[in-house]
Structure formats: structure tokens, C-alpha cells
Write a protein that binds this ligand. Structure first.
Ligand code: SF4
Length: 349
């Protein structure tokens, strides 16, 4: 548990206290299409998403929250902008957390109305400060959004909720598309305030770019002991966000869940199609929760060594591969049998 961190509770025993890092993603089907959203939420849950966020652009779209609550067990976060009445209805209809951006619900009395209903229903609020919608008061004319302005906005809004509304059931996010701004603003915020932080790089781009930016920002902060829940924002399918988030936690040794694949980069010695094998194995195991490390190596130069560190591994030869278990060669196979052999071995674990 993070020292002095204020605990914020969601349903199902979810507590933001640093003992577990919760993964989040956001549904991206049109809000009116309830069927598609339910399907996507189900897939996200199966992949290991803990908290599901959903856009609620109008009061009518609150229906989606009700439907999600019946369909999945993950806490549902209503993402609300501009209109405080939507947030109020979302809470009344079962949202487990509200995400608002005080930059676009500007009237204090309207924020207060949201807070009042959240107090009644014991629903936490995420104050989401975002570089794309920062309040004008924090920027001088012509100035670009930087970590200092983001931090000022977060501190001002936290103080408003805490001191004027007497509400501290809050989680804070300070997001920017600039990695350094995210890291510096979140570090400073945690130094000054003890509210749980939701981490992420906003508008991080397509999968590859986002994975790099998010790994640096979220990874650095988690290594500093900062951050209780994360979202890897990717332009594309939300499923990818959960896969990426799990990779980050795995790489940091924070949560070993699912199969970790060690595969070699291939070189002139490679005589089996490592890329195809690794991709197939990765795809087939993406919902597997077994904590295993497997090696997919092109040859015997580094193969046996890597395989020793893994539960299972293969090292390729000329259109064949040998299978290792805990570093010992146990069998050899033709190239076309490798994927099946590995999957069967994993199933036995
Ligand atoms: S394990 Fe073998 S095939 Fe793979 S990169 Fe190393 S030397 Fe090349």
C-alpha cells in the first residue's frame, strides 16, 4: 500500500490503494448501439480489463450504463462532458464512478450538483485534467500547455472538491500527449496530494506510438510507486489497450499474469518462421491467464540459454525445432507442428 494514500473504493472490493494496479479501457462503439457495446465490454472483461469506461453523450445514453451493469461485473465509469445533468442521471442509473473534466463543466453550482448526488450514492469522481481541454485561466496568451499548467488545474480542482464541496472520494488524472508533461505533472501532484492517480498518455496515437509513449510515461511513474489505475490510450480497438497494459505490468514485474513470450529478433541463422510462430502463439494465448514464460528462439546460439529461464521453449534448426522444458531438450518436431506442440504443453501446465 502506498504510504498515506487516500483509499478510494469502487464496487466488488476494488480499492485504489496501490496494492493492485487496475487496468482500464473505454468502449468505442456508438453509444446508441447497446448490443455492440455489450459485446465489446464482454471481450474486454475476458481479456482482463478491470474497469470499463463508457461515453455518455446525452441523458438518453444513460440506458447503456443500465444495460452494461446487467451484462458485465466490472465497475462501469461514465465519461461525461459539458452537461452536469448527464452525470447526475448516470449516477442514479448505476454508474460506479464518474469521470468529469472540470475544464468543460465550468459552473461551480453544476459541479456541486454532481458532487451532491455522488455523496448520496457513494460514487467516486475522477477529476480528469487533459491537455486538450485545459481551462484558459492556466495559460498565458500563446502559451502551450505544459506540466505546470496541468498541475495547477489539477490542484485547483482538487481543492474545490475537497475544501468547498467537502468531497474527497476522488481519483485524479493528469493527461497530456506529451510524455514528459505527464510524468512531471503526476510526480509533483503525488508529492503534494495523496489522492489515487489514474495514469495515461492522452491521444497517444496508433498502436506502436502509443505503446512506446505509454510504456515510458506509465512505466516511469509506476516504478516511482505512483499510479493506481492505468489506461493505455490507442487509436483503434480497446482490446489492444488491455493487451498493451498487461505487457507494461508484466515488463515491470508488477503483475505476472498471462503468458510472457520471449522471442528472438531472427537473423541469418534462422531457418524456421519465428515471426509466424510467435504471432500465432501470442494470438492463441491472449486470454490465457497462466503465469508462464515461453521462449521462441531461432537457433541453438541463444535458444537453450533463454529456454532455461523459461517454463517451455523451442529452438529452431533447419525446418525443425527442439522443445525445451526448464532448459532440458525433451523432443524435436517439424516446423509445421511447433505451434500445436507448444499449445499442448502450455495446456498441461
Ligand atoms: S537465437 Fe539464433 S536465430 Fe535467433 S537471433 Fe539469436 S542467433 Fe539468430
Amino acid at each position: 500500500m502506498r504510504r498515506n494514500l487516500k483509499e478510494v473504493k469502487l464496487k466488488n472490493g476494488f480499492i485504489f490503494n496501490g496494492e493492485k494496479i487496475y487496468l482500464q479501457s473505454m468502449l468505442n462503439k456508438p453509444s446508441k448501439n447497446i448490443k455492440e457495446n455489450l459485446k465489446q465490454a464482454e471481450v474486454l472483461e475476458q481479456l482482463g480489463c478491470h474497469i470499463i469506461r463508457v461515453s455518455v453523450p446525452s441523458v438518453e445514453d444513460v440506458k447503456l450504463i443500465k444495460a452494461l451493469k446487467k451484462h458485465v461485473s466490472s465497475p462501469i465509469v461514465a465519461d461525461v462532458h459539458f452537461n452536469h445533468e448527464i452525470a447526475i442521471e448516470a449516477v442514479k442509473n448505476g454508474a460506479d464512478k464518474i469521470r468529469i473534466n472540470p475544464g468543460n463543466i465550468t459552473k461551480k453550482e453544476n459541479l456541486k450538483k454532481i458532487v451532491d448526488v455522488c455523496k448520496n450514492y457513494e460514487v467516486p469522481i475522477r477529476i480528469g485534467v487533459n491537455s486538450g481541454s485545459l481551462e484558459k485561466e492556466f495559460l498565458k496568451k500563446g502559451e502551450k500547455v505544459g506540466h505546470k499548467a496541468l498541475l495547477k488545474s489539477a490542484l485547483k480542482n482538487v481543492s474545490l472538491f475537497e475544501n468547498e464541496f467537502n468531497f474527497s472520494n476522488i481519483v485524479v488524472s493528469i493527461k497530456s500527449s506529451n510524455v514528459l508533461d505527464v510524468v512531471l505533472a503526476c510526480r509533483e501532484f503525488r508529492r503534494l496530494k495523496n489522492f489515487p492517480l489514474h495514469l495515461g498518455v492522452t491521444e497517444a496515437g496508433l498502436e506502436k506510438a502509443s505503446l512506446v509513449k505509454s510504456s515510458i510515461a506509465i512505466g516511469s511513474l509506476l516504478l516511482d510507486g505512483i499510479g493506481e489505475t492505468i489506461r493505455v490510450s490507442i487509436t483503434g480497438e480497446p482490446e489492444k489497450e488491455i493487451e498493451a497494459a498487461k505487457l507494461i505490468l508484466n515488463a515491470l514485474n508488477i503483475e505476472k499474469k498471462g503468458v510472457e513470450i520471449i522471442s528472438c529478433p531472427t537473423c541469418g541463422r534462422t531457418k524456421i518462421n519465428i515471426l509466424k510462430i510467435a504471432r500465432e502463439v501470442e494470438e492463441k494465448l491472449k486470454c490465457c491467464e497462466k503465469n508462464l514464460k515461453i521462449a521462441i528462439m531461432g537457433c541453438v546460439v541463444n535458444g537453450p540459454g533463454e529456454a532455461k529461464e523459461c517454463d517451455i521453449g523451442i529452438a529452431g534448426g533447419n525446418k525443425v525445432a527442439v522443445l525445451f522444458k526448464k532448459g532440458e531438450v525433451v523432443a524435436s518436431f517439424k516446423e509445421e507442428e511447433i505451434v500445436d506442440v507448444l499449445l499442448k504443453e502450455i495446456e498441461k501446465f
